[in-house]
Write a protein that binds this ligand. Structure first.
Ligand code: MG
Length: 193
């Protein structure tokens, strides 16, 4: 299957670094769990932190993401990283991050597997894994046989019950669950083929 995987807060732990940086820059004391809605800070605050040179380049893997991606590759799936940067500095950093952390370890075979677009719905695939409910809804609407996997985060909690009730939607809490879910979807597909 073609598996499309969002980058921020699915492959890389963006929000831990963002909370740290925004607290330092603004003198705030917000915590990761405080981020309960999608647009949780004014746009100028949001983007000013994202524009710190090298911010994206320094991000760590989400727990389990590296081994999870390796597992999906070994299962024979084709992985594409699909990311929606909001500032141009992020495009440069994301390119370098993918090259440094994914390509050289052969987790994905080449840079043609990185897609930078805010219109994720135009990218065709069998599965999209994302923490942004809006991306999943628009992608799901234009990929009717595709599966939408929501990575549960504090800012998408109001969508989880709704998504769990929908056909072809799944909600996961970890990379172990992502790998299990992809295995289930692949089995479902091979039975109906
Ligand atoms: Mg994301």
């Amino acid at each position: 299957m073609i598996i499309l995987v969002d980058m921020d807060d699915v492959i890389v732990d963006m929000h831990t670094a963002w909370v740290h940086a925004v607290n330092k820059a603004m003198g705030w004391n917000i915590k990761y769990g405080d981020l309960t809605s999608w647009e949780h800070t004014p746009e100028n605050v949001w983007n000013s932190v994202l524009r710190i040179p090298g911010f994206f380049l320094g991000l760590d893997f989400v727990h389990g993401a590296r081994s999870g991606l390796v597992d999906l590759g070994r299962m024979g799936h084709h992985i594409f990283v699909v990311s929606a940067p909001t500032v141009w500095e992020a495009c440069r950093d994301k390119y370098h991050w993918v090259h440094a952390k994914l390509k050289v370890y052969n987790i994905i075979p080449g840079m043609h597997r990185l897609v930078l677009t805010r219109a994720k719905y135009i990218v065709k695939g069998d599965v999209l894994i994302d923490d942004n409910p809006e991306n999943l809804e628009s992608w799901g609407a234009s990929n009717e046989s595709g599966y939408c996997i929501l990575y549960a985060r504090p800012w998408n909690r109001e969508y989880r019950k709704v998504f769990e009730a929908r056909k072809n939607y799944r909600v996961v809490w970890s990379w172990d669950e992502i790998v299990d879910t992809i295995r289930d979807i692949a089995m479902e597909r091979s039975k109906s083929a």
